[in-house]
Write a protein that binds this ligand. Structure first.
Ligand code: G3I
Length: 371
């Protein structure tokens, strides 16, 4: 089921493009514009004749995006999400900073909204994230001196959050960004100081597995493409967790990269992560133009490099054994929604422009999956 807007676009009898993709016909664009105009939303248009398949129709694995609950109230964006992807990750509303209240209570209104939208559209949901050094909620800060109380509250939180979505969330980033960027190995955090450098992670995996035995449990990190030393530390952490008996099922590479990343780095990271035989996720991909400081190129050159990096990731991920391809998730669909816009408003890191129109990176990503 798609929204009326989606139906207008997808069921307008538009001719198939030579590649068999959906051609955004003038009638379809007009119907969608009228439908959107009726509900006061921005026109969802694309240049006529632009051939584009839904991302999930081309991939032989789940394709996802991060979302915020309020974004789903925009019919045009909801239609784009419903048409393009098969999995949703709450961008921040399933983290402690949203769920855990100052008094120790929990709120789930936003992740529930996302889970309901996903269920209504036959999509999977991925849980992000349980243990992250960057989250230091006051409630746990206050317990730091009482080991038993801290442990009990930590256990209660992980059990409650994972248990609430049992059977509805297919996997979790149990531990996020545990490896330091400077070769210093594992980060210290509120969690590691209270529960132990390895134990805080092993406990979290055990609790998550007990709360939802069917959920795939992941270790997630960033800069694994641009920093081979960090990637090696990351893989050593994964091995240590496995050796400690943690129910670790998969590895996620966030893949927040810049357009000046050397060709081949993304593919090398994906191959290395697959080397342990666990499931693999591209968990948060975007390709920053603004962060491409190594290049003094035209915008067109940067966009060509961006498209090539998306294609490289697609090709390398598709080359993995099917059993290891858990999902390929973009950290947003439309440029206007990217977290990177906070750094540089001119950045355009995603696959669709601010009006939801597919950029050249879409065709490149899809062509790579057809190779
Ligand atoms: O929506 C509220 C707004 O109502 C409120 O006025 C405002 C000020 O408090 O906060 C807004 O929420 C912010 C939210 O982003 C939506 O913009 C949160 O404070 C802010 O913490 C949150 O930032 C998220 C960040 O993780 C921290 O959770 C970003 O959206 C999200 O893109 C970013 O994602 C991370 C991954 O989890 C891990 N990998 C890196 C990635 C990028 O940093």
């Amino acid at each position: 089921m798609t929204s009326p807007v989606g139906d207008a676009l997808l069921n307008d009898g538009a001719p198939l493009s030579p590649r068999g993709g959906r051609v955004w016909s003038r009638r379809g664009v007009l119907a969608s514009t009228l439908a959107l105009g009726a509900c006061g939303q921005k026109a969802q248009s694309a240049p006529p004749g632009v051939a584009s398949w839904p991302l999930k129709a081309v991939a032989r694995f789940p394709v996802g995006t991060c979302v915020q609950a309020a974004q789903l109230d925009d019919p045009a964006f909801a239609s784009l999400v419903a048409a393009e992807v098969s999995q949703l990750t709450p961008e921040w509303e399933l983290k402690m900073e949203y769920v855990l209240q100052p008094d120790g209570g929990y709120r789930f209104d936003a992740p529930d909204r996302i889970a309901t939208f996903a269920a209504d559209h036959g999509m999977r949901v991925f849980g992000h994230t349980l243990v992250w050094y960057a989250q230091r909620p006051a409630f746990f800060e206050r317990l730091a001196g009482d080991a038993a109380a801290f442990r009990n509250a930590f256990s209660a939180y992980v059990t409650a959050v994972v248990g609430r979505y049992k059977g509805r969330i297919v996997g979790w980033d149990v531990v996020n960004e545990q490896v330091g960027d400077d070769g210093s190995g594992w980060r210290t955090s509120l969690w590691s100081q209270a529960l132990g450098p390895l134990d805080h992670m092993r406990i979290a995996y055990d609790l998550a597995h007990a709360a939802d035995p069917a959920a795939a449990l992941f270790l997630n990190d960033y800069n694994l493409e641009s920093d081979p030393a960090k990637r090696a530390d990351f893989l050593r952490l994964a091995e240590a967790l496995l050796k400690a008996g943690a129910p670790l099922h998969g590895l996620g590479s966030q893949t927040h990269v810049a357009a000046d990343l050397a060709p081949g780095a993304v593919a090398a990271a994906i191959r290395d992560l697959a080397g342990l035989g666990l499931k693999v996720r591209i968990s948060e991909m975007d390709v920053s133009l603004a962060r491409a400081r190594g290049l003094v190129n035209t915008r067109a050159d940067l966009e060509r490099r961006q498209a090539a990096l998306y294609a490289e990731a697609a090709e390398a991920f598709a080359a993995l054994p099917p059993a290891q391809r858990f999902d390929f998730t973009f950290w947003g669909l439309e440029d206007s929604q990217s977290w990177l816009k906070r750094e540089d408003e001119a950045d355009a890191p995603l696959l669709f422009d601010d009006s939801g129109r597919p950029k050249p990176a879409v065709a490149a990503w899809e062509a790579a999956l057809r190779r």
